[in-house]
Design a binder for this molecule. Structure first.
Ligand code: UDP
Length: 337
């Protein structure tokens, strides 16, 4: 039982990760307000959250259609809030490459607005950042103090890493100079139901292609690797980090435990889908644009999150793929149907 009803604001709550987070918060009894401009989010992502809210023990859910660039709206929502989870951002390599200016504005000005509103109203903050900030550092395992190796800021791909790095620096300055209670999580290729392939994310993109019987588009030589993590492992860890006073002023990696090449990922997806699809290697310049740079490798060191909150990702890549497949099967007509 909650003696005090926690009031929690989630920016970007209609997005893939935000919607899972809100379900957990409501189930724990929080009253949740979400601010989302429905750009990459989708109101339908909150259907399950509404059901939790309608259940006997669930907190209330208020959905506000608006932007983190609107300071007045932010003030209204954060006034009286205990805590804020800031997930609203322009995300996805495809979106960032296609609309770099909008991405920069949302990801820098929007986050500054959220930080300032939290300070003004005494709310604690969890800032969702990204493994993308490590850039081209291909070390065996990236810890939170690892160097960032970024390409030219004139290549639009790097604007996301640049903006998120500024966000973290802003957050840290609000902590050191004003004492704002802010913790940072760096998410590594989080995957699960409700993620869309529309903005480039590889797992829903390839799973959708396999289910439709289309060729799986693997970019480059497919030997680049990632460590995919399941949303159901990451979201509870985000809440535990926000609730642990030891995390204030610090950043925490949250990533998957196993490294896999994108080619091997495509093979697993074809196998699990029982698909006849082929794998098609697509040059980066065809997939994105000339001069596009990818990361060859991105491996998290989760030991800080493990030692402070006991983070231990347990979902296998096959379970992750099957979860996405199960979700998409409700949306994609069967091959040949
Ligand atoms: N990728 C791919 N085919 C696709 C989409 C992505 O081969 O249809 C590759 C992409 O080039 C990258 C990896 O999959 O090497 C992960 O891409 P994603 O955009 O999901 O995440 P990020 O690049 O941010 O790790």
């Amino acid at each position: 039982m909650n003696a005090h009803q926690t009031k929690t604001v989630v920016t970007g709550g209609a997005g893939f990760i935000g919607s899972h987070l809100i379900e957990r918060l409501l189930a724990a009894g929080d009253d949740v307000v979400t601010l989302d401009n429905m750009s990459t989010g989708d109101a339908r992502n909150l259907d399950d959250a509404k059901a939790v809210s309608d259940s006997d023990d669930g907190g209330t859910l208020t959905i506000v259609d608006g932007s983190i660039l609107d300071r007045q709206t932010l003030d209204q929502l954060i006034d009286g809030a205990d805590r804020v989870f800031h997930l609203a951002a322009a995300v996805g390599v495809r979106l960032i490459v296609d609309e770099p200016l909008a991405g920069l504005r949302t990801n820098i000005h929007g986050t500054e607005n959220v930080l300032d509103a939290c300070l003004a109203h005494g709310a604690q903050l969890l800032l969702a950042s990204t493994s993308e900030i490590y850039g081209k550092n291909t070390s065996d395992s990236l810890n939170e103090d690892s160097d960032r190796i970024l390409g030219s800021p004139l290549l639009s791909r790097w604007t996301y890493a640049a903006a998120k790095g500024i966000d973290e620096a802003f957050a840290h300055a609000y902590f050191t100079e004003f004492g704002l209670s802010v913790s940072i999580v760096r998410l590594f290729n989080t995957v699960g139901p409700r993620q869309t392939g529309r903005y480039g994310m590889v797992v829903p993109q390839l799973v959708g292609q396999a289910m439709r019987g289309e060729p799986l588009t693997v970019y480059g030589d497919g030997m680049q690797t990632r460590c995919f993590s399941a949303v159901q492992d990451v979201v509870p860890a985000m809440i535990r980090i926000q609730e642990n006073p030891e995390t204030v002023g610090r950043a925490f990696n949250l990533g998957g435990a196993h490294e896999i090449s994108i080619f091997e990922l495509a093979e697993r997806i074809i196998h699990l889908a029982g698909s006849e699809s082929e794998i098609r290697l697509v040059p980066y310049e065809e997939a994105y644009s000339a001069g596009f740079e990818d990361m060859r490798r991105r491996v998290p060191d989760n030991s800080r999150a493990r030692s402070v909150i006991g983070f231990e990702p347990t979902t296998s890549i096959d379970e992750i793929i099957l979860g996405v497949m199960n979700y998409l099967s409700g949306r994609i007509p069967a091959v040949g149907a």
